[in-house]
Design a protein around this ligand. Structure first.
Ligand SMILES: [Zn+2]
Length: 342
């Protein structure tokens, strides 16, 4: 029999190895230790699915209009499945989204209020009065909701749930590590309550979106909406992008520090510089966790993130931000170095 110390080491190494498996994690044995706090609450609900689906369908590419970046040429609501009456109700609702919203609407107050209100409505049989939408909009969502429930929702619900099931073991294996790493990088505490992740077939225009910021309560409550069909949000890439989305919740302090440093140094920041910092950071901490063969989302050419004017930002972040991720410099020094290098 091995000495107790060796036996413990074997057990600890075994547990660590299981925790590092990327996609196939065996069921955890019953544990008497307190459960780790739940990071995400995955849900799939009819009303937020309908909202995102109508938005996507309204944005599909047409003459003179590029459409969303995520799943750009794919309809998820084939009209040939519908009766004439159903088709009329559906087209009216898609038409409303087409007339009122563009790919830039995701973060307008009107769209965000609807995203929150319709998410809170869950899968209720009828749309509740406080769903965050104007009367004219609401009048179209009711009939479209009935069509959706009868025709497209069963398949979408199944795809969404399968997506959540596929993500759960990845989050179980790597989530606690990634959450504490990102909270340390952004020097901002992770939300204490599980972050609501609404899974829907499509999230125009990018495949996911996040609302919320500290203090993470009331109108600031975290809400991630993520696509169950976009391949960039599946598997290991999906793990990175889920934590990319969560990074939106944590980035305010770094965004403010970039602005303050630009002011001090008399520089103008490129638009959305903080978002490139999120892309770089989520990609590289995921690579740290999964190993060097993992290529960050933003550094895969097909995603066109560090393209055009942004191409120079990747080597800049490698030179100025990576040392901070490696613990070789402070946050303030790294921020100043980014700004000085622009
Ligand atoms: Zn983002």
């Amino acid at each position: 029999m091995p000495p107790m110390r060796t036996l413990l080491r074997v057990l600890v190494v075994g547990a660590f190895a299981a925790g590092c498996a990327s996609s196939r994690v065996p069921p955890a044995p019953p544990s008497i230790a307190p459960a780790a706090p739940q990071l995400f609450d995955f849900r799939a609900d009819l009303w937020p699915n309908l909202h995102q689906l109508l938005f996507h369908e309204a944005l599909l590419p047409r003459e003179g209009f590029a459409g969303p970046k995520s799943l750009a040429h794919r309809s998820f609501a084939p009209m040939d499945a519908l009766s004439p009456d159903e088709g009329a109700a559906w087209r009216a609702a898609v038409g409303y989204y087409g007339a009122h919203f563009t790919t830039h609407s995701m973060f307008t107050d009107e769209f965000m209020a609807a995203t929150r209100g319709l998410t809170a409505a869950g899968s209720a049989p009828a749309l509740p009065p406080d769903a965050g939408v104007a009367a004219e909009w609401r009048a179209l969502l009711g009939p479209a909701g009935a069509v959706y429930r009868a025709r497209f929702w069963p398949a979408h619900d199944a795809t969404d749930r399968a997506y959540a099931e596929a993500m759960r073991p990845l989050v179980a294996a790597h989530g606690a590590w990634l959450a504490s790493r990102l909270a340390a990088v952004y020097q901002t505490a992770w939300p204490t309550e599980p972050v609501l992740v609404e899974v829907t077939p499509v999230v125009a225009p990018f495949g996911a979106a996040t609302l919320g910021e500290p203090p993470f309560v009331g109108v600031h409550a975290p809400l991630i909406t993520i696509s169950s069909n976009d391949p960039g949000y599946a598997g290991d890439s999906g793990l990175e992008m889920l934590f990319h989305e969560a990074s939106h919740l944590l980035v305010d302090k770094v965004e403010g520090a970039l602005d303050a440093s630009a002011k001090r140094q008399g520089r103008t920041l490129p638009r959305g510089l903080w978002h490139f910092v999120i892309f770089y950071t989520a990609g590289h901490v995921t690579q740290e966790r999964l190993g060097p063969s993992y290529l960050p989302y933003a550094e895969r050419q097909e995603h066109h993130i560090f393209d055009g004017d942004a191409a120079a930002l990747l080597p800049l972040l490698q030179r100025t931000w990576q040392p901070y991720l490696d613990g070789r410099t402070t946050l303030d020094a790294a921020i100043d170095a980014i700004v000085a290098g622009l």
